[in-house]
Design a protein around this ligand. Structure first.
Ligand SMILES: [Ca+2]
Ligand SMILES: [Ca+2]
Ligand SMILES: [Ca+2]
Ligand SMILES: [Ca+2]
Length: 341
């Protein structure tokens, strides 16, 4: 893992995953216990299925030993009748026995998190991205770990590690930079979407892509996995499609849908104005049929798309050293570190 990533302003980035309050527990009058109704999108955050949602906190800047630096970790806090509590809390790194992979310098494990019940056993499960994980000799290809829930909370039993699904694993894809979960085919098993915003699409560098992995009785699987490039728009170099993701049922038809941001999308001649695509769920999974793209220049959307280099915008720091051709001038230090030679 290249040391340039260590040039990081964001020493500690907390990434929170919480589906609490969206689907409040329903009292069961018969026995006084609580049960968790199935949420409409398959999203869940109750790792021990005790009726109180739980919280996973990403600590991608965690040093596991010293070095490796910035290999990353995930803290887990459990909910209770009185709210979150430190009792029974956990810390996972890639060096935790049973967690696939190895804590290497600059993996940033925990940089993105998503929860869902991938095997539909009632216990929510956790996906934790390590976007700068090297895959063999492929530097910064990226990977995502899956930890499964149980009555005792998250466990390493049956833990999995996935590299880019539906596509070709390449250096600098930064797969699992973004994650979201929901039941896009409404089969009861939560599904996972994982962004690789620096995926090259043919010769279009850093156009970006999003993988979909589907849940099953055996957990997440690559069977039927898909790779999507920008929907509703034109795939261009430097779009960063998949930089941010979320799943929700936008048309209320029971199939969860995917929204994927392309923050560096060019709108007309406006560099880096940004766009968001919607990809809809069906019984057969996500499909680009009916896919949409919205920008601030879409009729009816308030606001005006502007060029990232507009004089109204702040100038990028003079010390910016990213030289990738199509780079966004205000990219985060982490991304800058990623792109540095
Ligand atoms: Ca719980
Ligand atoms: Ca589960
Ligand atoms: Ca599903
Ligand atoms: Ca839908």
């Amino acid at each position: 893992m290249r040391r340039s990533i260590v040039v990081l302003v964001l020493v500690l980035v907390l990434v929170l995953v919480l589906a609490a309050a969206v689907w409040p527990a329903t009292p069961n009058a018969a026995n006084g216990s609580t049960t968790q109704p199935e949420p409409p999108t398959g999203q869940q955050a109750d790792f021990n299925n005790d009726g109180a949602d739980d919280l996973a906190v990403g600590v991608p800047g965690q040093h596991v030993g010293a070095p490796p630096f910035n290999s990353g970790a995930v803290n887990v806090l459990y909910g209770s009748a009185t709210g979150l509590t430190a009792a029974g809390s956990q810390l996972f790194t890639q060096n935790t026995p049973g967690v696939p992979g190895t804590a290497d310098e600059g993996d940033y494990f925990g940089n993105a998190l998503a929860s869902g019940d991938f095997d539909n056993d009632g216990f929510a499960d956790l996906a934790a991205g390590a976007p700068f994980e090297d895959v063999g000799s492929l530097v910064d290809a990226g990977a995502v770990s899956i930890l499964y829930g149980s009555a005792g909370g998250l466990t390493t039993t049956g833990a999995q590690l996935f590299t880019q699904a539906g596509g070709t694993v390449e250096a600098d894809d930064v797969f699992a930079w973004s994650l979201t979960a929901g039941d896009v085919d409404n089969d009861g098993f939560a599904d996972l979407a994982a962004g690789a915003p620096f995926e090259d699409v043919t010769s279009r560098r850093d156009a970006g892509a999003v993988s979909a992995l589907y849940g099953s009785a055996d957990g997440l699987t690559t069977t039927g996995s898909q790779l999507f490039t920008q929907a509703g728009g034109t795939v261009e170099a430097g779009d960063w499609f998949g930089f941010a993701l979320t799943i929700a049922d936008f048309n209320g038809n029971g199939f969860a849908d995917l929204a994927a941001g392309a923050p560096s999308e060019t709108v007309g001649t406006l560099l880096g104005a940004g766009a968001v695509s919607a990809i809809y769920g069906t019984a057969d999974g996500l499909t680009t049929n009916g896919g949409q793209i919205f920008t601030q220049d879409t009729p009816g959307v308030p606001g005006v798309a502007e060029d990232e280099t507009s004089s109204a915008m702040p100038s990028p720091p003079a010390t910016r050293s990213c030289t990738g051709g199509t780079r966004h001038p205000r990219q985060t230090p982490m991304i800058c570190g990623h792109q540095a030679p």
